[in-house]
Design a binder for this molecule. Structure first.
Ligand code: FAD
Length: 406
């Protein structure tokens, strides 16, 4: 019987394990943490967003420069296949109002539990507390550090690496694999924070009052980058802003940061109303109204939005046109992005040129790479897990084909 080593027990590694084990391959999965799938479980805390229901072209577009390489991968195992797979584990999915897809239980725990039971039934051996630290010199044998020291594990017939990116390192993925891979001559684009909040130097008063308060249905753009506006809810934090629009703008923000790590966002606090409509509504101010009441009454500005106007101008605007212009393009100075350990995912990874269409390393035949380790990025919305699962399937199938399987 052929043997496959899978290194890394996140969604990508577990999926590759399932594909290979179903075909009768002996699978040994090495995982650094005491249990697999920790990031997947954390992802399920606020609702496990498995994938998205939007049309194929829009879906693919979320992967930016990597869309071309991920298109055939998603053709093999796309959103429909992922939803059917979850149903098969007793977790049928539903489409939320935003088009995002969730398991019925909403959380990840039942899905992960059923999945691990299935893998155990297929004979997959999950060996935990085994941290892969590199290859033994001049061979493809795996060095695995565990509680009793480092063992050298002879390379199996195929190996799939699915070690994740570098966000939330305490869950196991710390990007420690980059060193050994680059030492073998594999090109790796630097791992950078993606889907991460930005830092803003709020006044103490604003931070104390509004940290944790959402900015509902705003449109955020990066100054000087036309056409970048992204709508959604943003969240004020004690040190900045986070949430969907900021995550979606991540790559643009990274490009816009100047030498000091700064850029300016423009927040449209009322994207459904034009500048003219806002100015018209603001034209009638009751003499007794404070500026805050006027803004609330005329254009429905809530307290946090009014607070942002204060932050931008050191006071509230007095004239209708001045206020309308500020509401449509409120400047927020960004002083940097949050560090990678607070990011939902990471950009960068093994360069696409290094793998063939089966995700096998060209320089190391028989060795495959899957999941966030590869150089793609996407916003939140289910695209991260979808690509992780899908590349896991394709790497598993590639490994199987390498073993002479179907
Ligand atoms: C808070 C949060 C919420 C999220 N929510 C969502 C969501 O709702 N929807 C969505 O699509 N995505 C979400 N994501 C992103 C998603 O969880 C990841 O993109 C996905 O888990 C990546 O899968 P992966 O298998 O490539 O890597 P990982 O899930 O990171 O798994 C890699 C595994 O490899 C192990 N490992 C790492 N290094 C070694 C080593 N040297 N030796 C042995 N084992 C090692 C790790 O311990 C880990 O178990 C979220 C992420 C976070 C942090």
């Amino acid at each position: 019987m052929s043997t496959a080593h899978i290194v890394g027990g996140g969604p990508a590694g577990l999926m590759a394990a399932e594909v290979l084990a179903r075909a009768g391959v002996e699978v040994r999965l090495h995982e650094a943490m005491p249990s697999p799938g920790r990031k997947l479980l954390l992802a399920g805390h606020g609702g496990l967003n498995l994938t998205h229901s939007e049309d194929r072209a829009s879906f693919l577009g979320r992967y930016g420069d990597s869309a071309g390489r991920l298109a055939p991968v998603l053709e093999v195992f796309g959103p429909d296949e992922l939803r059917a797979w979850a149903s098969g584990l007793g977790e049928p999915t539903f489409i939320g109002s935003s088009g995002r897809v969730f398991p019925q239980a909403f959380r990840a725990i039942p899905l992960v539990r059923a999945w691990l039971a299935r893998l155990a039934g297929l004979g997959v051996r999950i060996e935990t507390r085994q941290r892969w630290t590199g290859w033994a010199p001049d061979t493809d044998a795996l060095l695995l550090a565990g509680p009793d020291g480092t063992v050298t594990e002879a390379a199996g017939d195929v190996t799939v690496f699915a070690l994740g990116g570098a966000s939330w390192p305490r869950l196991g993925s710390d990007g420690g694999w980059v060193g050994p891979f680059t030492a073998r001559g594999v090109q790796v684009a630097p791992l950078r924070a993606a889907n991460v909040g930005v830092r803003v130097g709020w006044t103490q008063r604003f931070a104390d009052r509004f940290a944790g308060v959402p900015l509902k249905t705003v449109a955020v753009a990066v100054r000087g980058r036309p056409g970048t506006a992204v709508r959604g809810d943003a969240m004020v934090t004690g040190t900045g802003l986070e949430g969907g629009p900021l995550y979606a703008l991540g790559a643009t923000i990274r490009q816009a940061l100047d030498a000091d790590g700064r850029c300016v966002l423009e927040v449209d606090l009322r994207p459904d109303l034009s500048l003219g409509q806002l100015a018209d509504r603001l034209a009638h101010r009751r003499p007794k109204d404070s500026a805050a009441s006027w803004l609330r009454r005329a254009i429905g500005l809530d307290a946090v939005s009014t607070g942002l106007l204060w932050e931008a101008g050191g006071g509230l605007p007095g004239g209708a046109h001045e206020a309308a212009a500020l509401v449509k393009a409120l400047p927020v100075e960004v002083t940097g992005t949050m560090p990678i350990d607070r990011a939902i995912s990471s950009a960068g990874g093994v360069a696409w040129d290094e793998v063939d269409e089966t995700l096998m390393l060209r320089a190391m035949p028989g060795t495959f790479v899957a999941g966030e380790m590869l150089d793609w990025e996407a916003p939140t919305g289910g695209y991260l897990l979808q690509a992780s699962f899908s590349t896991g399937v394709v790497a598993g199938l590639g490994a199987l084909a390498r073993l002479g399987g179907p």
